[in-house]
Ligand binder design. Sequence first.
Ligand SMILES: [Zn+2]
Length: 467
Amino acid sequence: MEKESIKSYWNRFKAKVIDLKNDNKNFNKIMISIAAVAVIAISFSAVNTITKAYSVSIGEDVVGTVKEKEEALTVYDEVKKELEDTYDAKIELEDEITFKKTNVFGDKDTDKETLEKNIKKQINFKVDGYALVIEGETIGVFKDSAEIENILEEVKKPYTDTKDRKSTLKEVKLLENIDIQKVKANISDISDTEEVLQKIKDGKEAKKTHIVEIGESLWTISMMYDTDVEKLIAANPDVVPEDLKPGDEVNLIVPQPLLTVVTVEEVEYTKELDYEVTVKEDESMYNTQKKIITKGTKGEAEVTANEIRHNGVLVEKKVVNEVVVTKPRTEVVAKGTKEPPKTMATGTFMMPTRGRLSSPYGNRGARMHLGVDIANSVGTSIYAADGGKVVFTGYQGSYGYMIEIDHENGYTTRYAHLSKILVSSGTRVYKGQLIGKMGSTGNSTGPHLHFEVLKNGVNKNPASYIY
Ligand SMILES: [Zn+2]
């Protein structure tokens, strides 16, 4: 009921009372009515007056009543600004503020504090965000696109320091398709930078590790998980296998990061250039012979190359420029064509007889044993260990009957204590030719062959030369 209508009702009531003053029958009834109206009138005057106002709603929910729309709009804006300050982001309120005409008794409109509290309670908002999308998949949402740029820089960082490789960084890029998309996000959807960095580093496959126990090695761990040692080494570039100790953590899976940092580095280095070898046939030489006519020398080139690395691992090397500093010199080799005679040394020795090794080469008490002794029965065949020229046959003191062959390649062999000599000095023998018979002549305690190998006149252990 409005002010005006109460007044007019009162006037009409007064007129009615005057009209009915003389009607005793109804007088009491009327007086009761007067009393009732008076009570109502007194009540009205006590709560002041009724005024026009607006019921304020956020979305579907009423948050208060105001006399002027401005009051609510100011609070609404203040709430928005406060949210922006709190979250340091551009806020978009999801629910419209709406007004509906109403009436209010005196001071019964909503005070500012309550209104603000109610608006905050009802408000839904989104922040302006930027999504980092890698190969079509959203990896994180950030309030600022600069944060994404920072993350990408952080990912590249470990691979852009090329000091250790003494190279010049020419290019850094990411292999994957990266998109930064503007999105409206709930504040709870905003990502943590560190978490996103870790997610990129760990990749899709979940990290799996093993804690080393006493007695374990990369090999035993590889057996345990049915993998290869090589794979474990690749998954643990920082682990030195020999230094592995109990309590150490070993990665079981090679991390496949979500991002691949591609670097192009220019390197300069000196390269050795191999020389070529030209072979010239020589009819005057045996086909087993070779002679260097001109010694070859290696050359040198200054090389500039681009090294392409994926997350630090070299995947390609492209030579950009190569300048020959020193040319290599071709080696010229003469190679014989003649078939060598059978009696020519082959360069290797065969076992000169059959029997058991009764005394090895080396110190034997006070004296040095200059050969090996092979014992068997008297008359056992003795063969030339390699082809050559017989340079001595005959009795030679403690050697007894002995043969000496010069293999004409720096080597000489001696066969001693023989019972029979079947070749004569000055003749040529071939490898494996029967040259004598085993005996026990000279300083000997039983039938055996004393066999010596000399290189340029110096005794060597025959055991090292017999094949
Ligand atoms: Zn001997």
